[in-house]
Design a protein around this ligand. Structure first.
Ligand SMILES: Cc1cc2nc3c(=O)[nH]c(=O)nc-3n(C[C@H](O)[C@H](O)[C@H](O)COP(=O)(O)OP(=O)(O)OC[C@H]3O[C@@H](n4cnc5c(N)ncnc54)[C@H](O)[C@@H]3O)c2cc1C
Length: 353
């Protein structure tokens, strides 16, 4: 990105936000993300953000990926969340020298296929939530996936499980009811109810060996995951910025002053967060990463609360932007939560004694 202006994918994310996502965000929040929103995302090229060029992707720089995530999350957090699931399967496949990469990476990069994920429960190790066992030259999966986003919207999903040998195994399955796979009704949620999130019962779902993208010792996967989850999600800044926009436009001079002060703090925390994300020593400075992440959550919480306060009683209307952003902010406080992140957040929330 030189003086030539924003990256084309940033431009497309802005257009998608302005033309499709923002105008409908309050209605979608109540009614659910429609397939037409994901069709617009598929057409935008954003699903190939992280995919290698050799497979039709954009292999975009990290800063571009972050900026597009901020834009989409600040516009409609539910749509952002459904489509963000897609990127982990893409990066997992890109790193996998296995047959499944040749079958799926190109359609995923081009947006012909949209992917979801089921793996956050792996973080509860040694508790085993979903187990994979070798059977008939492939793998059978048993257990209950507590959270699965995008049911009915995505085509395939990356399913994580623990093997008897203590390995993490990721396989790709079709995202539809089938023998051994039963979805629950959509979960009734206070935020992101629009994201078509369900639980999945797995009772002997079988996948062939060539559907496997990754099989590594648990600790190897967990070390990378711990490093990743200590970083701040760009969505936090996207939603916080959107709330500051509501605050600044409320017409109240004190609200405008508060928006400016919080905006300056947001920019400081954002720079610190992204400098840490860009540090090539990804497994180091974990305490610092967690401290910055909790600062970002504090800005998010202050920004969304201030937008609600400035809106007065009207802000309690379900069609009010400030309270939608506040609920989305609550969701982001627990998204991808690990024991380390939870402890750091709770410690930061304790008043000084
Ligand atoms: C609306 C919504 C949609 C979601 N969609 C998806 C999705 O599509 N795919 C997906 O994979 N996840 C999804 N999640 C899960 C989300 O990322 C989790 O909220 C987050 O990982 C925290 O998990 P939890 O609340 O289920 O875990 P909790 O059980 O509350 O655990 C939190 C953390 O504590 C630790 N822990 C808990 N129990 C144990 C134990 N017995 N032993 C050791 N450590 C333990 C782990 O580090 C764990 O991550 C979704 C969540 C929500 C709210």
């Amino acid at each position: 990105m030189s003086g030539a202006g924003p990256h084309p994918l940033v431009e497309r994310a802005r257009r998608l936000a302005a033309d499709v996502l923002v105008p409908d965000a309050e209605r979608i929040d109540q009614e659910g993300v429609p397939a037409s929103h994901l069709d617009a995302v598929r057409r935008s090229g954003l699903l190939g953000l992280h995919a290698p060029e050799a497979y039709g992707g954009a292999a975009a720089p990290a800063a571009v990926a972050r900026e597009t995530a901020e834009i989409l999350a600040g516009a409609c957090c539910s749509t952002w969340f459904v489509q963000t699931q897609h990127h982990t399967p893409v990066t997992t496949l890109a790193a996998a020298d296995r047959p499944v990469r040749e079958r799926l990476l190109r359609p995923l990069a081009g947006g012909t296929l949209l992917a979801g994920v089921a793996y956050s429960y792996l973080r509860a190790f040694p508790r085993v939530v979903v187990r994979a066992t070798q059977e008939r030259g492939g793998w059978r999966f048993d257990g209950r996936v507590p959270w699965y986003t995008g049911w009915g919207l995505n085509d395939v999903f990356m399913l994580g499980a623990l093997t008897e040998a203590g390995e993490v195994l990721f396989g790709f399955a079709e995202a539809r009811a089938q023998p051994g796979l039963r979805p629950s009704a959509p979960l009734r949620l206070a935020a992101l109810a629009a994201s078509r999130t369900v639980a999945l019962d797995l009772d002997g779902l079988w996948l062939p060996e060539d559907a496997v993208a990754l099989r590594v010792p648990y600790e190897e996967w967990a070390a990378a995951d711990r490093a990743r989850t200590a970083n701040t999600s760009p969505a936090v800044f996207g939603v916080a910025r959107a709330a500051l926009g509501v605050l600044a436009e409320s017409g109240d001079p004190q609200a405008a002053r508060t928006a400016r002060a919080l905006g300056a703090r947001l920019e400081r925390v954002r720079s610190a967060a992204y400098a840490l994300t860009d540090d090539p020593a990804t497994h180091e400075r974990v305490e610092e990463r967690l401290a910055v992440k909790t600062d970002a959550y504090a800005v998010l919480s202050a920004a969304t609360t201030a937008a609600v306060v400035a809106g007065g009683g009207r802000a309690m209307g379900l069609d009010n932007r400030a309270q939608r952003l506040a609920r989305e902010g609550l969701f982001l406080q627990v998204q991808g939560q690990t024991a380390d992140v939870r402890a750091a957040q709770l410690a930061a929330l304790a008043p000084p004694s």
